[in-house]
Design a protein around this ligand. Structure first.
Ligand SMILES: Nc1ncnc2c1ncn2[C@@H]1O[C@H](COP(=O)(O)OP(=O)(O)OP(=O)(O)O)[C@@H](O)[C@H]1O
Length: 335
């Protein structure tokens, strides 16, 4: 049997039409989320977009006003207990108690999960070691740095061996080194088969980690796709051709349309979404003109461009799909 990304049996998270308002403020205005098991999904949005609200609903901490969701195959509305057993949540609702040590926090978690004492100690020692907290284990958690607290928080979540982890802005406020450590931890979680639902306001983080990204804005998912697909949604992508032979440069500049010339550097810039089809069109044009470039490079806009284009004053409603085919030389001559 072939499976599609939306095969419900393959999805760790499948939500349809989720709605939530606080008073007369609509925070989620009908959002759909589909997260295949064993992948990292990032919900990206500016402050106040509703990311924490979405995590709250999917992790049973908040009730939705409308919509349905299945988490690890369990219906959120009717099987909340089973959902809770399958997930872990860390982030803005940190469970770390600063008054007790890191180790005591972990043992408390093991008790909550009804692990036998010896098993609780074993799991605690193993996770503290894995998250580089063994040395600090006997110190009160209030003395930990921001990065250490986040690591402890994730370690505590893993005591219950969840299949799905919700990480709500896991690196907000961390320095670059701690942020990279956290990224490594997240990658390792996924390589072990865990599904990660990550919220972030950092585009770079989504770009680095996520298999798929959804941009939340104005209560709706305004775009969804891989980082590369999202980057293709905004203008600014181009193909750059560099020549060393001025005659070849001139021939190419004449043969290709819509090019921007940089005579000093002998480079031509052609607007392009970077898709295979558009690249082939450029190459066909060059072949037809009998010119060869010394170097061809594709430049796609970064996620910052996408984010501002999608969450600016003119929201774009789009599903990331490869844009309309470019005109090929054959089609052009046929006109
Ligand atoms: N319990 C609540 N009561 C009233 N309003 C709420 C409540 N929880 C959230 N909100 C409002 O809902 C909106 C979305 O909040 P939410 O925390 O989900 O956003 P967010 O995307 O996580 O933002 P941030 O990045 O700042 O954490 C905000 O305007 C917030 O003030």
């Amino acid at each position: 049997m072939t499976t599609t990304p939306h095969d419900p049996h393959d999805l760790a998270i499948a939500a349809t039409g989720l709605r939530k308002s606080f008073g007369d403020q609509t925070v989620l205005d009908g959002i759909d989320l589909h997260v295949p098991a064993g992948t990292i999904f990032s919900l990206l949005g500016p402050n106040g977009a509703g990311k924490t609200t979405a995590v709250g609903i999917l992790s049973t901490l908040l009730s939705a006003d409308g919509g349905t969701a299945r988490i690890a195959g369990h219906d959120l509305a009717t099987r909340a207990q089973a959902v809770r057993a399958a997930i872990g949540v860390t982030g803005q609702f940190s469970a770390v108690d600063g008054l007790i040590t890191g180790e005591e926090n972990m043992l408390l978690m093991a008790d909550l999960h009804h692990l036998p004492r010896a098993e609780g100690r074993r799991v605690t020692a193993e996770l503290l070691e894995r998250f580089d907290l063994t040395e600090a284990a006997k110190k009160p958690a209030s003395t930990y740095s921001g990065g250490m607290k986040r690591r402890l928080d994730i370690a505590m979540t893993l005591v219950g061996d969840p299949r799905i982890i919700f990480l709500d802005e896991p690196t907000t406020g961390l320095d670059p080194r701690s942020r990279h450590t956290m990224w490594q931890i997240i990658r390792e979680l996924v390589s072990g088969g865990t599904t990660v639902f990550l919220t972030t306001q950092y585009l770079e983080e989504a770009d680095q980690l996520a298999d798929r990204i959804a941009v939340l804005h104005g209560g709706r998912i305004v775009a969804e796709g891989t980082a590369e697909e999202l980057k293709r949604l905004v203008p600014g992508g181009h193909v750059r051709l560099r020549f060393s032979d001025p005659a070849a440069y001139e021939r190419a500049a004449t043969a290709l349309r819509e090019t921007q010339r940089h005579d000093d550097a002998l480079t031509l810039q052609i607007p392009s979404d970077g898709s295979q089809r558009e690249l082939r069109a450029v190459l066909d044009w060059l072949d037809a003109a009998g010119v060869e470039a010394d170097e061809l490079s594709v430049h796609t806009p970064d996620l910052d461009d996408v984010f501002f284009a999608l969450t600016g004053n003119h929201p774009v409603t789009a599903q990331a799909t490869v844009p309309a085919p470019a005109t090929t030389p054959a089609e052009e001559t046929a006109r």
